[in-house]
Each structure stands twice: as C-alpha cells, then as structure tokens.
Design a binder for this molecule. Sequence first.
Ligand SMILES: Cc1cc2nc3c(=O)[nH]c(=O)nc-3n(C[C@H](O)[C@H](O)[C@H](O)COP(=O)(O)OP(=O)(O)OC[C@H]3O[C@@H](n4cnc5c(N)ncnc54)[C@H](O)[C@@H]3O)c2cc1C
Length: 445
Amino acid sequence: MSRVLVIGAGLAGSEAAWLLATRGVSVVLAEVKTLKLNPAQKISTFAELVCTNSLKSMDPDSAHGLLKTEMRALGSLVLDVANATAVPAGDALAVDREHFSQQITHRLSHHPLIQVIAFEASDPIALMQEHNCQHVIVASGPLTTNPLETWLTENLSSEDIYFYDAIAPVVDADTLDYSKLYYKDRHKQPDERADYLNAPMNKEQYDAFIAEMVAAEKVPPKDFEDWKFFESCLPIDLMAERGPETARFSCMKPIGLELPDGSEPWAVVQLRKENLQGAAFNLVGFQTRLTYKEQVRVFRMIPGFEEASFIHLGSCHRNSFLNSRKLLNSSMTSLKFPQMSFAGQITGVEGYTESAAMGLYVAHQLWRRLQGLEELAWPKETGIGALVNYVMTIEKPAPSNINFGLLPNIEMTREQRKSGPKKKVRKQLAAQRAREVFSGFSQQL
Ligand SMILES: Cc1cc2nc3c(=O)[nH]c(=O)nc-3n(C[C@H](O)[C@H](O)[C@H](O)COP(=O)(O)OP(=O)(O)OC[C@H]3O[C@@H](n4cnc5c(N)ncnc54)[C@H](O)[C@@H]3O)c2cc1C
C-alpha cells in the first residue's frame, strides 16, 4: 500500500490527507501546532481559519462558487464540514470556526488510514523516509515555520521562495478613462505594438499624488511581522516617504515613455495586463501598505482612474510562497525532488478556498500517479484549471484569489451584449462555460 507524508494540517493539508485516505492511500499527517502555535493561530485544532470565518460565495455564477462545485466533485472534506458548521451569511459560506476546525480534526484523526503526528518538520525528505513514505506533500502555508523555510531555501532555491507578498492593486479595465491613457512600451517606437498602458502625470499632479500618499493611512504591521522589504520591491508609499523624487526614479519614471505628441511626461503609472484578455491591469510597482479605503481614494487621483474600480487591492503581509512556474511541474511536484509536491497557499494562490482546492488537486494528481494513471491536464476554463494555469504562467509571482480574470476571455454575441450589464453577462457566460467544460472533464476524475 502506498504511503504519503503530508506536512501541515491546514486547509490544503487536511484536504490532501482526506482525499488520499478515502482513496485507500495510507497517510502520515505531521502538524506542529499542538506543540506550538504560530502568531496568527489561536486554537490547536486543524484547518484553522485564522482571520475571517468566510469561505466566500456559494453563488454558482461566482468564481468562488465555481471552485466549490469542482471541490465537491473531488470529495472535499472542508466543504462537507463547512456545510455542517455553517452560520447564516447570505450567499457566503461562513462557519462557526471552532466547530469547523474541531470536526475536521476529528474526521482526520479517526480515519483508519491517517496517522497524525505532532511534529515540526524541518527536512521533508528525511521525515518522509523516516516514516517509510514514497512521497511528501508540503502544505505548510504562508506562515511556514523557520526550520522548514530554511531547508526549502537551502535545498530548493534561495531566489524563488518569497517570504512577504507585497501585492499591487489590480484595476478593472472597463472602468478606466482611455482618453487620458496611452499604450507604449519603454524605449519602443510609438507605432510599435505595445503591451503597457500608461497614465501620464504632469508635475502638479505628481506632487499632489506623492503628498497624498505620504499623508494617507497605512495598515500597521501585525506584531509578528517586521517588514524587511526587498529594495527592488519597496511599497510605493514607502518610496514616497523616502523623498518626493524616489518614485519618479523608480516605477514611475517617464524615461522612454514619450506621449503620442512626442513630449515626455513628468511621471508615469504603468499598467500591465493581468491576463491575456486585458480585462484587468495591475499597477506596476504599486505594492502598498495603504489601507484599502485610502488606496481607492489616492489611486483615483491617477489620470484616467477617476471612476476606477479595483478587482483586488494591494497589501503587504508575511507569506511564504514559491515561484511555482520555476520550481514545480503542473502537478505542483518539485522538479528537483520528484517525490515532493507542494499544496495550498505556498504554491502561490491566496485564500482559504483556493488553498483547499489546491490541496485536493495536488492529492488527486498524486493519487492517479500512485495508481499508475496519467496525471490530468485541468482545462483553463475551470476554476481549479485557471488557478493552476495562473501559478504556472505568472511571470512575477503574486499570490492571487480565484477571479474571472484568471479564466480565458469569453467572446459575447451581439444579443448577449444587449442582454445586460457587460461585466455581469460576461461572468455568467464564463461561469456557464466553466460548468459545461467541467462536467465533461469530471468524467475522468
Ligand atoms: C494572518 C493571515 C490572515 C489570513 N486571512 C485570510 C482570510 O481572511 N480569508 C482567506 O481566504 N484567506 C486568508 N489568509 C490566507 C490563507 O487563506 C490562509 O492562510 C490559509 O489558511 C492557507 O491555507 P494553507 O493550507 O496553505 O496553510 P495553513 O492553513 O496556514 O496550514 C498550514 C499548516 O502547516 C502547519 N505548519 C507550518 N510549518 C510546519 C512545519 N514545519 N511542520 C509541521 N507543520 C507545519 C501550520 O501550523 C498550519 O496548521 C490569511 C493568511 C494569513 C497569514
């Protein structure tokens, strides 16, 4: 009988252990929290929801709803227990987090094929061998403890493992005023095809913007966070505090971004496509510590952003994650250590549901491998397929929640465009397509 070590009984590790055990694989589940809690944890039971108690929307036309449909098809323990411990929250799946965590712990600890060990893993390969396992799944989460982090940086990669995720805001392309923006790539000729959209500022606009950013309210670091930012990844507001010119010599530099009339703006905010379809743009270099409310207020000072709505806002927080595109294959298995896979937030997704979904995906791929079956290529049109595609293709890793911007674009007919608000109709069509594609694909599960 195959035997697998799972490190971490969080959202992803719990799903992975349960999927494997319920499919006849013997599992050793190593979890440190009964020995010591990390600063975000309050309880010693498994799959702790460390902040909100919401697993987000159940609406089948929502991105999180899609993911849940697919997770149920894989026999999700998290969703099963969440339904049993749900508290009223509209179309969101919110839970009584203590009962939720207790029930997950009970189900895992009482499964005949799961051996739970209270242990802080530091060397996953050695621990795998010590417990006579053929494979190890590392699902140690955003607050992976130091000994394991050290092993990962020393044995897997020192460059492609990140400890803080400084996220830049992503703006909805439909809400920009293009009369104030222009396409141009730095140092390219104006008539050459360009990928970057630019928001130019004159001196007055720039000075007012920088002054507002310095004065704006910031999110204080949590007591367990001492922000050591990479100089190459400084939050834009920290740059502004360092001096009014800093940003203009960094991510807002106008060099090589002449306006269509040939003149050079005083400063520029560059926008990079967030997905192939250009349905969303991220603000290059705008990772920030500003509170969400202040981001909306201050970033709407950018020309063309007066009515902007943000698909997600920026933040900086402690978060261990890999550059999966460089270190893993599409089943989240290490290229260097084929007997080791990664699951959950550490793969570069963000969120409870996303992490649990990755736990199911990775365990299912591994289960197929252990049965001698081909691993499956999940279609990008599905929720799980879109998440996998995102972490395996994103150039500059930035943990992401599931959102429709990760799914392939959907062309609308004239009738469909007339049938309602464009954004809403497009999401409904993308959700319908995802369900159709998944129902065909799920025959193979
Ligand atoms: C402070 C904070 C707040 C968050 N708030 C939200 C939110 O409100 N909503 C949301 O959707 N997402 C939130 N997230 C993001 C994310 O969804 C959660 O962190 C989620 O729990 C990630 O799931 P996971 O399974 O990858 O990791 P976790 O659920 O963190 O599980 C990892 C487990 O591994 C264990 N572990 C770590 N190192 C070792 C080791 N060396 N040996 C053995 N065990 C180990 C940990 O104790 C933990 O139980 C938050 C993250 C943080 C850090």
